[in-house]
Ligand binder design. Structure first.
Ligand SMILES: O=c1ccn([C@@H]2O[C@H](COP(=O)(O)O)[C@@H](O)[C@H]2O)c(=O)[nH]1
Length: 308
């Protein structure tokens, strides 16, 4: 049996249980939240009220999709933007998601010199204290400072049974400007991939995948397939499906023969489904959770073609 202390083994058990690699992002923006959520929010200051709205929305979204998908990905930036009340709301959303049995990937894209990286790793994944329910199962990490700066994240993640997703080929239109720079025939992305491959092989679990994975955008399908082959034991986190234009066909190259090895993220298209067709007419802001569930269900169905 796969070890439940090993991130990829846990992740794959969750993917198998739900029958899908669909990952729902939690990316709240105050202006885009359904009016009933904004109206219900309370608090002494504007920031407190915004954080309360984010918390209601995040927990409501989790309740809407928990039976459908194996994992959620809160985007830390939106919570950090609100200061301490936002960060506290994020912690409670993580507790809620984990209590619902979901794997939580915190998208915070941290990275710094080694000694500081250790503090980020312990702060976001946990230190010497017993396991905390307010911390994520996995974290996104920025490798720009060099391979040595990944080590503290890896050692904390190993100890905590957590996972890491290292930025490798990001989904944004300008990702090639730095990541595509080539020296001696190898791009920065390929060099980062080689390091991820090494770290994933070093941390491989019973299911054949390591705890160190890669972020590779759905918006670059050819590179996605090449990078899958270059890092056979690295779990992939694939953003860019949905709102950024990535399709099920684009992400097909992310998976192994068993349909495992990757999570495909969609944030805005699921979060704000109530405000866009085809769901707006049927559901609207008062039934926003049903709209999000319908959008998540459509994503799950759509991805079946990519994984079979
Ligand atoms: O290369 C990357 C890395 C991270 N992201 C993040 O994923 C979501 C995508 O949101 P959508 O609404 O589905 O476009 C968001 O949190 C990004 O910060 C990414 O898009 N690309």
């Amino acid at each position: 049996m796969a070890s439940l202390h090993h991130f990829s083994d846990r992740l794959h058990a969750a993917i198998r249980a739900k029958g899908t690699p669909a990952l729902v992002g939690i990316d709240p923006r105050l202006k885009s939240l359904p009016a009933p959520v904004r109206d219900a929010a309370t608090g002494p200051t504007e920031l407190d009220r915004a954080a309360d709205a984010f918390e209601r929305f995040g927990k409501g979204l989790i309740d809407a999709v928990a039976d459908l998908v194996p994992a959620v990905k809160p985007q830390s930036a939106f919570f950090e933007e609100l200061g301490p009340p936002g960060v506290a709301a994020l912690s409670r959303i993580i507790v809620h998601a984990r209590a619902a049995g979901l794997i939580v990937v915190l998208d915070a894209k941290r990275g710094d010199i080694g000694s500081t990286a250790g503090a980020y790793a312990r702060g976001l994944l946990g230190g010497a204290e017993p396991e905390r329910p307010d911390l994520a199962d996995a974290l996104t990490v920025n490798p720009f400072l060099g391979a040595d700066t990944l080590e503290p994240f890896v050692s904390v993640a190993k100890e905590r049974g957590a996972g890491l997703y290292v930025l490798c080929k990001t989904s944004n239109p300008g990702s090639g400007a730095f990541q595509g720079v080539t020296q001696d025939g190898r791009s920065v992305t390929q060099r980062v991939a080689a390091e991820i491959d090494r770290l994933s092989q070093e941390t491989v679990g019973e299911g054949g995948y390591g705890i160190v994975g890669a972020v590779v955008g759905a918006t670059y399908p050819a590179e996605l397939a090449e990078l899958r082959a270059a890092m056979p034991s690295a779990p992939l986190l694939v953003p860019g499906y949905g709102s950024q234009g990535g399709t099920a066909a684009d992400v097909a190259g992310a998976f192994d023969g068993a349909g495992l090895g990757a999570l495909v993220n969609s944030s805005r298209a699921v979060n704000f489904a109530f405000a866009a067709e085809p769901y707006a007419a049927e559901f609207g802001p008062t039934r926003w959770q049903q709209a999000s569930a319908a959008a998540a269900r459509a994503m799950v169905d759509d991805l079946k073609a990519a994984t079979s």
